[in-house]
Design a protein. Structure first.
Length: 410
């Protein structure tokens, strides 16, 4: 069995409580409270306990909505054999970040076609047409030089205005275009309504002011004032659904590649202003993981009824609007059948709201004790968890990945 297809359980914490105190039974768990238990004594352990050879993780559940614990959910399998743990990791919530391209340094000629070709890659494209390239081409035509006295003839700002409008007319809204300054622009010098720093968003009215400035200017073409085009990807929509999400896509961010395919001079280029970053730890995604894990819990691979086609009754506990930090534990469970060893591959993911630092730090401390270096080869994760950011909008810093003591890998 592949590690990509483990029997997996998702445990979702809530309430920001410390893990249950030492020497308690699972029945003492509060709603949303986590606990780590010795599988032999069935009593909870804490950071001061002796590491149990077999243990399990549990969370208190409220299935009937009365705010009282009436059930528990435990880690995948009968219990976890400490010697069978193969992976122990922590990953803080990381916000999504769109990909941003800039079309730069183009000049214009009269009565000329200009085209930008964008390749889009996302999960919806892959599901629809596999790895066949999906592209869109946006094209505009500049005005004739002798068509009027006031048009943008041979002014690169005309390309900006027309191309931004053309891209934003696309109903698919995979990408949004905007105009930005190519250099600093001032009210006094250029006649705009505001001062703009280099690379600032600029209005259509002030682009027209730059066209007027260029037309009246006696400077050489290369000294005139032009604008660039910035392209920012949107993400695939979060689908509203009932129980089973048939239109789930994850991750939802869109990757683009821009090519200047027609009309642009050799100085023009496309630069990446911001790399793509996928969101990690979204409650919407944790809910989907619970949906898939429900099949494991009910000892069947599907969560839809074969006869009615509607969802089999299963509960989920993730808040789809929450952001979660995640601990992931993968392990082998070894048993003997017919005098031969049998090894099952299992995994448990513990999801803790990003601002529930009491729960997060308490869980890390106890798991560090259970999987201590005297018993395993794992590094501790309490310091990694403590270094997590306390906001839901932060893209996890790459510096942590480069630090082996804070990389989230036990």
């Amino acid at each position: 069995m592949s590690r990509n297809n483990d029997v997996r359980e998702i445990l979702v914490a809530s309430g920001n409580a410390a893990l249950i105190a030492k020497n308690n039974a699972v029945s003492a768990l509060a709603v949303g409270q986590l606990g780590v238990f010795d599988a032999n004594t069935m009593l909870s352990v804490d950071a001061t306990s002796t590491s149990p050879r077999e243990f399990f993780i549990a969370v208190g559940l409220d299935r009937d909505g009365d705010a009282t614990q009436d059930d528990i959910k435990t880690s995948a399998g009968q219990y976890i054999q400490r010697s069978g743990v193969v992976s122990y990791m922590f990953r803080e919530h990381s916000a999504a970040q769109p990909m941003i391209l800039e079309v730069q340094d183009y000049l214009a000629e009269c009565d000329t076609s200009y085209a930008i070709k964008l390749e889009f890659r996302n999960q919806q494209v892959y599901r629809t047409q596999g790895f066949n390239q999906f592209t869109k081409t946006y094209a505009i035509q500049t005005d004739c030089c002798d068509s009027c006295e006031t048009c943008y003839s041979a002014d690169a700002n005309e390309i900006t205005t027309k191309m931004v409008a053309e891209i934003n007319l696309d109903e698919s809204a995979l990408v949004v275009a905007k105009a930005v300054t190519r250099q600093a622009v001032t009210i006094v010098t250029h006649g705009t309504s505001a001062d703009y720093a280099d690379g600032a968003d600029i209005t259509d009215a002030d682009i027209a002011a730059l066209v007027t400035f260029n037309a009246l200017s006696t400077t050489a073409d290369e000294d005139k004032v032009y604008t660039n085009i910035v392209l920012t990807t949107n993400s695939l929509a979060i689908n509203s659904f009932c129980k089973v999400n048939l239109l789930y896509f994850g991750p939802r961010q869109i990757w683009i590649n821009g090519s200047l395919v027609d009309g642009f001079n050799c100085n023009a280029s496309v630069a990446v202003l911001q790399d793509l970053a996928f969101e990690e730890g979204s409650g919407y995604d944790v809910y989907q993981k619970e949906f898939h894990a429900a099949g494991n819990s009910q000892n069947q691979p599907y969560v839809l009824s074969e006869s009615t086609g509607v969802p089999i009754d299963f509960d989920t506990f993730a808040d789809k609007t929450e952001k979660y930090d995640n601990f992931n534990i993968e392990y082998n469970f070894t048993s003997y059948m017919n005098n031969a060893p049998y090894e099952a591959q299992l995994a448990t993911e513990v999801c803790i709201p990003f601002d529930s630092t009491t729960t997060r730090d308490s869980f890390a401390a106890i798991m560090d004790m259970v999987l201590g270096e005297e018993f395993t080869a794992f590094d501790t994760l309490a310091d990694d968890a403590a270094a997590a950011t306390a906001t839901s909008t932060t893209v996890s810093p790459t510096t942590d990945i480069d630090d082996v003591t804070l990389d989230g890998i036990g």
